[in-house]
Design a protein around this ligand. Sequence first.
Ligand code: TXA
Ligand code: MG
Length: 303
Amino acid sequence: MPLVSFDEALQRLKSGSPVALPTETVYGLAAPIDQTKTLQKIFELKGRPLSDPLIVHASNLEMALSLYENPSDEITTLAQNFWPGPLSVVSTKKSSVSDLITAGLPKVAVRIPQSPLFRQLIEDVGVPLAAPSANLFKKVSPTQAEHVLETFPGVDVLDGGSAQVGIESTIYDLEDSLILRPGQVTASDLESVLNKKISYSERLKTPGSEVDHYQTKSPIYVFEDHDELKDFLSLNSKACEVLIPPAPEEAQQKLYGLIREADKKSEALALYFSPDWSGESWFALKNRLKKASTKWYKEKNEK
Ligand code: TXA
Ligand code: MG
């Protein structure tokens, strides 16, 4: 029975099985950070290289701070403003955090997720949970329990409904003042509480990430010109148009579900992304689409 209750999820986590859990961003495939074998199982299930580090999820600030070596006051400020929420903070790790989790890097990424179920599980397990998104390496992240089951029919999933944010957390490297992966929390949001300049890493490249992430089976073509999109659709009868909602938060929330559904029935996915959607609130969604798309019609070759 792949859908499990809270108590079953707790039992599985304690006994060494990974469990897929809901977060506000995307579903994660979780294991306690002190269970090496279960963590290895997660890498195997996902087909993920060991060079790609995992985000650690804590249930409260004290637990989060215990993962860092000499945690800076900045982390507490960020926690007061953005935790629980879709922000992962990368900073120097305690030596007790295993190299398997950080892929041998000296820093660890930590966040407190919004989902009360997830946080309660961490409390009850008594140990932080490492959790990558519950999808195969380089594929689209799951925003519903059934997305996880489509990929991993044998994995236990705790159903928490549709993810509210819908794209993965912002990853912020505190020592470098750099956003490594954009998300709903923007550089301006961070600047407004930290009173310093925060930049987006030039290549927006986190360790282990490649340009071809968020892959679908069928190619994705993104258009910034409606006429070009219509021409494409008239020439490609097996392509389908995917309508992106015109408000950034709704677009983020629905994007992965929309492209998963379209991918099941079409041989090509045609998306329209308005040139007017250039503000910072569109930045994360544009980043995901750039990585997922085979072709971005206006800014060809720019990934
Ligand atoms: O919203 C999220 O962050 C979701 C939910 C489940 O929390 N998790 C997620 O995990 O997206 P994953 O493993 O799919 O992506 C995590 C990214 C990876 O690209 C990894 O390179 C980066 O976080 N990362 C993890 N630890 C890091 C570290 N110590 N330094 C830099 N980047 C790190
Ligand atoms: Mg992922």
